[in-house]
Design a protein around this ligand. Sequence first.
Ligand code: ADP
Ligand code: ZN
Length: 518
Amino acid sequence: MLLEAEQLLKKHYGYDEFRKGQKEILGKVFSHKNTMGVMPTGGGKSICYQIPSLVFDGVTLVISPLISLMKDQVDELHEAGIDATFINSSLGYEEVRERIQGIQQGTYPLVYVAPERLESASFSHLLQSLPIALVAVDEAHCLSQWGHDFRPSYLRIPELIEQIASSPAVLALTATATPEVTKDICKSLSIHSDDVVQTGFARKNLSFHVMKGVDRDVYIKDYLKRNPSHSGIIYAATRKEVERLHDRLHQQGVAVGKYHGGLSTDDRRRMQEEFVYDQTQVMVATNAFGMGINKSNVRFVIHAQMPRNIESYYQEAGRAGRDGEDSACILLFSAQDIRIQQFLIDQSSMEDDRKANEYAKLQAMVNFCHTENCLQAYILAYFKDTNIKPCGRCSECVDDRETVDVTKEAQMVFSCIKRMGERFGKTMVAQVLVGSANQKVKDFSFQKLTTYGLLKNRTQKDVSQFIDYLVASQYLALTSGNFPVLQLTENVVPVLKGEVNVVKKQAIQPKQIQKSDP
Ligand code: ADP
Ligand code: ZN
């Protein structure tokens, strides 16, 4: 079957060979195994179900949350000579009926449906009787409560598949899955752990940059000036901030569009099209924008605000450079953004254990911003990739400032936290270390501690940033919650014994001046 598949690849797509992961996935799908494919954005996931739809006798059903894209995808497939159709809420009753008839008559080997459709009893009844050979679950991380984009409508999928009389094979696809999420998906969809194909998460053409303490507006303006011909996305955390940034850039004469959940469907569609067809250079958007957009020449993704976890970050940043050309992913870090995200988690209606999980993910995101090691390697380690090497391109890899030994200062911080009973947050610890006369410090009689004022020649801000660094380096951990408390990890033991030194890049000047601008 693989040989036939290779011929189809050439005929319909014009490509000579499958990529490694595709081949492995197709091999399993052709032997009717339930399979999971984890491939980075741009890795070529769609072909993993489109080609089988041409090979198999029955129908391939694709469950995808991307309603707004279905029409475009289907149009593209028609151009490639593949008969596909979609069924979602944008269609009228008559239209749906006609399409279903077409499916029953075998006109469409490939059918896209939105998960919401599966909740309709008549529709799921219909599916049961169709000759379905393969069910592809796109964006499969939406199935897991521990993923970053859980969708309740996905929960129906396993049950539904079970009811299909033709007992189809299942293919789950995603670009972002931690081991826990992968496990969850495998359990729900009865996928054996041997049938998880993971191609590695690294994106070799992306360079990651974290910029600290920069003025957001000035930075963006300068960046666009330096890269006038580059198309890119600027992500902001709120609709309000999207509007503000958009208006500013518009006034500056930038061809800019905007996208967020508060705009009408028509407006969103128009904005998206103008961006995809290069009529606008820049898209300012909330995270509502981009899932699966088909624009390959995105040269940069700027996060004007930090997103709430690494999964979202990597997925959004990963929309750059799908054509394989060098592209930049720039995160503008500001400590206030942590508060915004904490607030959003706190205000959400999640159960407590899920909230704690979200706080822990947020902390991993914050640590990404404070690490002095390779940023790509950090992300790969987060996803438990097994092939981790420094990328040589990110803002940390190219930061060649000298490192200094800060073991003594680190020991001071550790003992101070210990003496304060590991019960306080960063601000309080920093205040004690710089010898602050703050009333709260006195209330706890911390001015009597031997560690009080040990770092009095530093500013409180300096000490705070140093603590951030120690957290990012995993000497310290923060408890999850709205008021995170600093605790020592087992990594401090060798440091306190003098067996391990702590080093840090010398921060003589604000970081952004030292680093090469992307
Ligand atoms: P994903 O869904 O994983 O983000 P896509 O399926 O959209 O990725 O594929 C990304 C790009 O890679 C598309 O332009 C696609 O045509 C191209 N592509 C996929 N498979 C191959 C292949 N075997 N050889 C060359 N290009 C490919
Ligand atoms: Zn790097």
